[in-house]
Design a protein around this ligand. Structure first.
Ligand SMILES: C[S@@+](CC[C@H](N)C(=O)[O-])C[C@H]1O[C@@H](n2cnc3c(N)ncnc32)[C@H](O)[C@@H]1O
Ligand SMILES: [Zn+2]
Ligand SMILES: [Zn+2]
Length: 727
């Protein structure tokens, strides 16, 4: 039964949004008939420019492949509506799902959970990674602003003076950034020869728009004086201190370095069997008038750094420091080749000491959601304060954090920031307290949403409930005494009763090479000593898990994801609905997915295209065929009356209509989008109880359908060489 109640608003309050309550999932939903792609995609496009501003509750900490809240609001609104018109209305209204249970078995940063909780649903989140659980908890938990501020001030009074003291110049001015370079020994020079500084260019600071602002700073290779250069015009630099002229190009060219005697060798061969030794050569100082000055390193700076090392050695036992070693893997391999063996080596002595005292102050705070929020903040700060960070340049956020690559990529020219920070800093504890925690607190108390009003997305308050949940365990949740339950563990086993969930809404891992746990271990190495919440797995050396769905091998991927779908089918109510976003360039990924769903006893009732997480996604886009769309795959249990399309021709027609709608929403539809959406739609036929065709037979039909759809849309693959003589 669907309750559709529209409040009539008293005169003068015309702006108050309509309130719509839905208490069950219709037997045929808009998600299956016609998803309002146009309305949702326009909001999603806007959100994707600045996700952390539009959805701050789920952005208190790094997580990978974070999805757009607007898309998941759209999925939820469509899942409880019967038609596209109703779904559009629900999306832009104060929609409430008071009795519905929404579960996300691959919850990540908590995008689904936050959107569902904003609609007043009861939510269950599960993720195999405890760092993801930490991020989800921050999205949902109730924080008290006074307690947050008091905890922050307690930490500040304990550590700030000392961190400031270790980041200042000889005049007492704050140092915002120290510039470092890795050293290597030429394998062909005699032992004891001066090491090579691994610069590819001696320019260490330039503007993000160098054509407009060509003045940059270089370091003199002979005396390390700071030398102004014109990055557009100059190929040499002349040092005002030592008077010598040098090439701006440094000794490193790609993976090769050349020593002063002219020997060429691979950088990796020259590193030896330890992580590279680093040398500090310049700093950026905050002057009294607010300007930023670049200066070379002097004896005072060297002594201050040495002092950090002595304090670290002396107080090691009291500090919170990272524990554990790196294990081999797709995303850790490169760091290991550079001889990084444990997480502590990702930080220099001053970073370890400063973060170590900060961590200790956080560890000792009174338990509660505010302590946990500050620990999550601290963990996020680590990303900007380690030797894998680099300088982005002037005119932009200064620190390029370590996860701008989806692997752990060693840095030849690391940037060391002031971890507590000044108002002029980026990526620091004090600045991120405001831009992440306080912004999230404001949002959680009074959420806003992007609603498309006559084609243009606008920010609206008052559509959603505050994100202020008491987090309970599975018992409290099942008994109804708690509205939200998030747990860590494989979703191949979920501690919920049979037939207890109305909607499973999720975003599973794709078959690719991003191994969340290999990267998340960087945070876990610190969190183990901080124990952010009860039940955090402090004794586990790694967040890797044999049941993590993550493999570039199709059969393994299918097996792991299949185990989760089977469990979802168990907890789903007979008339419930399961929907997830999926994107897969490789047809193998789609084939395994439909096989896994079929084995789990789920029937695909629709495949809908929708705006993908981010226009600039580097993981999913290949240069030849960038992709902008995800598919939403909708499933039901077989007992349910299945409204699915039954023929290739019919699913092809629907897929084409969906793609056209995305295009009219202003989204560029590329060849790989057509490929993914059409293939998914055709392969979905495999899950119909009446189906007799094999997955391979359907795959062959899918490829023909892709060609027809691409032709109809006038889209061609960037990989295909253009045949001569054809337009
Ligand atoms: C694509 S991400 C979800 C991202 C999320 N939608 C967001 O917006 O942040 C997939 C998640 O699945 C989790 N995962 C992988 N295998 C799992 C399993 N067997 N059980 C539960 N979670 C799993 C990963 O840790 C990862 O967080
Ligand atoms: Zn040499
Ligand atoms: Zn010089």
């Amino acid at each position: 039964m669907t309750v559709f109640e529209q409040n009539s608003m008293p005169a003068g309050l015309g702006d108050a949004p309509a309130r719509i309550a839905r208490t069950s999932v219709p037997s045929v939903s808009a998600l299956e008939v016609q998803f309002p792609a146009e309305v949702v995609s326009a909001a999603a496009e806007r959100e994707s420019w600045r996700k952390e501003v539009h959805r701050p509750a789920t952005h208190t900490h790094k997580w990978w492949a974070q999805r757009l809240g607007s898309v998941f609001r759209g999925i939820l609104a469509s899942a409880v509506s019967e038609s596209e018109r109703e779904a559009v209305e629900a999306y832009g209204s104060a929609l409430r799902l008071p009795d519905l249970v929404v579960c996300d078995p691959f919850a990540g940063s908590g995008t689904t959970l936050a959107e569902a909780a904003k609609l007043g649903a009861r939510v269950v989140g599960r993720d195999i990674n405890p760092v993801a659980t930490l991020v989800q908890r921050q999205a949902l938990a109730r924080w008290d602003r006074d307690r947050l501020d008091r905890a922050f001030e307690a930490v500040e009074s304990r550590v700030r003076a000392e961190i400031d003291e270790l980041h200042r110049d000889r005049h007492g001015r704050p140092v915002l950034y120290y510039f470092w370079v890795a050293l290597a020994s030429c394998p062909r020079c005699p032992a004891g020869a001066e090491p090579v500084e691994l610069f590819s260019r001696y320019v260490f600071s330039q503007h993000a728009y160098p054509r407009k602002y060509p003045t940059a700073r270089a370091t003199c290779p002979h005396c390390h004086a700071v030398v102004p250069v014109d990055v557009v015009e100059d190929s040499t630099l002349t040092c005002g201190d030592c008077g010598r002229t040098s090439d701006i190009a440094g000794p490193v060219n790609r993976a090769t370095m050349t020593c002063p005697r002219g020997h060429s060798s691979k950088v990796l061969d020259a590193l030896g069997d330890r992580p590279p030794v680093l040398r500090m050569y310049a700093k950026q100082v905050l002057a009294a008038d607010g300007s930023r000055v670049y200066e070379p390193i002097d004896d005072f700076d060297l002594e201050l750094y040495a002092e950090s090392g002595r304090r670290l050695a002396r107080r090691r036992e009291e500090l919170v420091l990272p524990v554990g070693s790196l294990e081999g893997g797709h995303n850790t391999r490169q760091a290991i080749r550079w001889n990084y063996r444990n997480w502590e080596q990702f930080f220099n002595a001053r970073q370890l000491y400063s973060l170590g005292i900060l961590g200790a102050a956080l560890r000792d705070l009174e338990p509660g959601p505010e302590r946990e929020a500050l620990i999550a903040l601290f963990s996020g700060v680590l990303e900007f304060n380690n030797v894998f960070c680099s300088f982005k340049g002037e005119g932009t956020g200064a620190v390029r954090h370590m996860f701008s690559n989806h692997i752990l990529k060693p840095e030849r020219m690391p940037l060391e920031a002031h971890p507590w920070g000044t108002p002029a800093s980026s990526g620091a504890f004090s600045t991120l307290y405001r831009s992440r925690i306080i912004r999230a607190w404001e949002y959680k108390r009074r959420p806003h949403d992007l609603v498309t009003v006559s084609g243009a997305p606008e920010r609206r308050f008052g559509l959603s409930e505050p994100l202020e949940c008491e987090l309970g365990d599975s018992r409290a949740f099942s008994e109804g005494s708690s509205r939200a339950y998030v747990g860590t563990g494989s979703s191949a086993t979920v501690d919920l009763p049979d037939d207890s969930v109305d909607l499973v809404i999720t975003d599973p891992p794709f078959m690719d090479n991003v191994h969340y746990s290999e990267l998340a271990d960087f945070f876990h190495a610190w969190l183990r000593n901080l124990k952010p919440f009860d039940g955090y797995p402090v004794d586990e050396a790694t967040t890797r898990h044999p049941e993590e769905v993550q493999s570039a091998d199709p059969a393994e991927f299918g097996r792991a994801i299949g185990a989760v779908w089977k469990e979802c089918a168990r907890i789903l109510k007979p008339h419930g609905l399961l929907a997830f976003t999926f994107h897969q360039a490789r047809i193998d990924g789609w084939k395994e997915l439909v096989r896994a769903l079929e084995t789990a006893g789920l029937v695909i009732t629709a495949v809908q295209p929708v705006k993908a997480e981010m226009s600039t996604s580097t993981v999913k886009s290949s240069a030849a065929d960038p992709s902008n769309l995800d598919s939403i795959v909708v499933c039901r249990l077989p007992g349910h009356e299945v409204p699915a399309a039954r023929s290739v021709a019919e699913v092809e027609r629907r897929a084409l209509a969906g793609l056209r709608e995305c295009r009219s929403a202003g989204i560029k539809v590329g060849y790989s989008d057509v490929e993914s959406v059409v293939r998914g739609s055709v392969l979905a036929l495999h899950t119909l109880p009446s189906n007799e065709r094999t997955v391979d037979a359907l795959a062959a039909e899918a490829d023909l359908a892709v060609a027809r759809a691409a032709e109809a849309l006038g889209v061609r693959s960037g990989k295909e060489p253009r045949a001569a003589g054809r337009s």
